[in-house]
Design a protein around this ligand. Sequence first.
Ligand code: BGC
Length: 748
Amino acid sequence: MDIKRIINQMTLEEKAGICSGGDFWSTKGIERLGLPKMMFSDGPYGLHKNSSDSNLESYIHAVCFPAACTTAASFDRDLIYKVGEALGNECQSENVGVILGPAANIKRSPLCGRNFEYYSEDPYLASELAASQIKGIQSKNVGACIKHFWANNQEHRRMTSSSDMDERTAREIYLAAFEGAVKLGKPWTVMCSYNRINGVYSAENKKYLTDVLRKEWGFDGFVVSDWGAVNDRVSDLKAGLELEMPTSFGMNDQKIVEAVKTGELDEAVLDKAVERIINIVYRFIENRDCNAIFDREADHELARKAASESIVLLKNENILPLSKKDTAAFIGYFAKWPRYQGGGSSRINSYKMESAIDMAKDIDLIYAQGYEVHDDIIRQDLIDEAVEAAKRAKVAVVFAGLPDAFESEGFDRTHIRLPQCQNALIKAVTNANPNTVIVLHNGSPVEMPWINDVNAVLEVYLGGQAIGGATIQVLYGEVNPSGRLAETFPLRVQDNPSYLYYLGEGDCVEYREGVFVGYRYYDKKEMGVLFPFGYGLSYTAFSYSNLKLDKTKMKDLDTLTVMVDVTNIGKCAGKEVVQLYVAPKCGQAIRPVRELKGFEKIFLEPNETKTVTFTLSKRAFAYYDMNIQDWYVESGEYEIQINKSSRKIILSASVHITGTVHKKIIYTRDSTIGDILHHPNGSSILKPILDKYSLTGYGEEDNLLGDGTKVMMEALIKNMPLRGLISFSDGSITFKNIEKVLKELNSI
Ligand code: BGC
């Protein structure tokens, strides 16, 4: 399609009009030019497609796949790709050009109401998984829309709050969650977030929409506003926001027209925006697959597989898998009516749902409701009934979790407790039956005050419409659990690094914890956690051996190949998530103890061994240096750790890296002696004046300062600025001497 020719035929008003929606869910078409409109549907884990122009509350029956909090725990790129493929196919069959997902925002706090839609507290994991979902969707010639770009980490005042952080935190954590996904996944569209970043609305943040997203990362699609995120339309357009959604009923289009007429806006900027939008419309139209069939049954099966591969076994004291021969008490409302998706724009009108009870037809079952979901009131009658059921059964399985009113888009949680009626129920059931298993349906971590009293815990998250079947498969050993936590479960919400400043004051939200988000913080402080990042059990066991690095010394521009053998040493087949972390052992920068830089999920039969290979490049070792405004690798030792979680190191090996970026340091009178001694010639340059130096005024001769004098003197000198030498040298060091030293230091 000759898009430039179409644009040339458009009036100014038509061009401005293309830059906003025609209705709540579609772009505008222009009949006279044959330009079609294109429809969006919400995602990210199913089609939330409006089915009627007149009724915004009417949505098609679709398949609800597990939410991102669940699939993230699969650590499985291929699985997420397959879900993406299915979504892409559903879009083709429903004539949807772009699906609004994946959502890659970092889980800064377990309190964020929308965590269920997001993948992880770790940017590498989030961005790899988002890239897989994008690639899967777009393999069907349908656009993905990665959202919400960026720093949308709370619901409270989400349309006005400002996420304030330094550039290092931005680059290493919050932008990084998008960066890999944009570079690898090449999404057709990006949705800008509602919030501001360091005071500037995302929608008009040129630095990030244009300089970073387009110029640095190579994004070539269009940016769409989150629904209603446009602030000042002309500034937004100039900053790189092409499409306003849904529509401002022509009012903002008119502002664009006027700005062009008055010369405030260069028409070329408008033309470029129109070109980018139409490009995507035609990319979809020209690759329409009118034969695509939305096979709901097949997609339901895939939803079940995705859920079963994501369930995390958190505790198992010789109880799971259960035997179908034993009588089981399934206790809890969620056994019959699982909470399987979150609330808000992502909500799917599921064409069907299966519960654990529905899928346990061949098991001798007793059911008791146990608690109310609509009110958190302890109902003793329901508890008594549950206790009776638990006593009559060999094993009690309590289906607990968070009701809709506890977490959703639109508001944040204020605590991470389960409803008290559920905690009371669990206590009563564990007293009644020594074989108790807990199944948790929740979108974000919860406290578990009963953890020592139960035999097993299965975290099924918000597992989609087929979660019932998936839960039965794992409970009864048809599927060996292989999910791993994509987030830390803290002991208490107060332990979370953002706790003191989360939600901010008014619109000002300071990200004072910096890069120490999630395990980066807990590990650095060596704090106890309920379950660490990357943790999850299996019904089999794996052993690791033969960790090999292809080199022990390298430059930061070289790549490092890491290989490790993993063997299934248990009795049943299973999947293992092999996790690679890099732990810097050198340098001056304040950094996390370790960071996830590689993961692979592998399937192993009993006694089978596979070699897993990782390739690491500069980014795996670098931090973002604010002085040079770039990624920087400090020279020295780095440990490669192969772990079971962020806390459990299995094997490790070291590599020495030489950084190739030379940081030009300008020495001044305020440079400390310690810093100068780091200069390659620092000690020889300083020697002539240090020889003249004696620290006067401290009564050194009389040893008034005690045995620590030498240590103290060294520390004083190391931390003293160059100019300080003057005051402590009896006048024998002059400003001239200091100027000479600086000249020599700075000339090299
Ligand atoms: C949400 C987006 C969603 C959009 C359209 C917004 O309120 O933040 O995630 O895609 O609405 O429903």
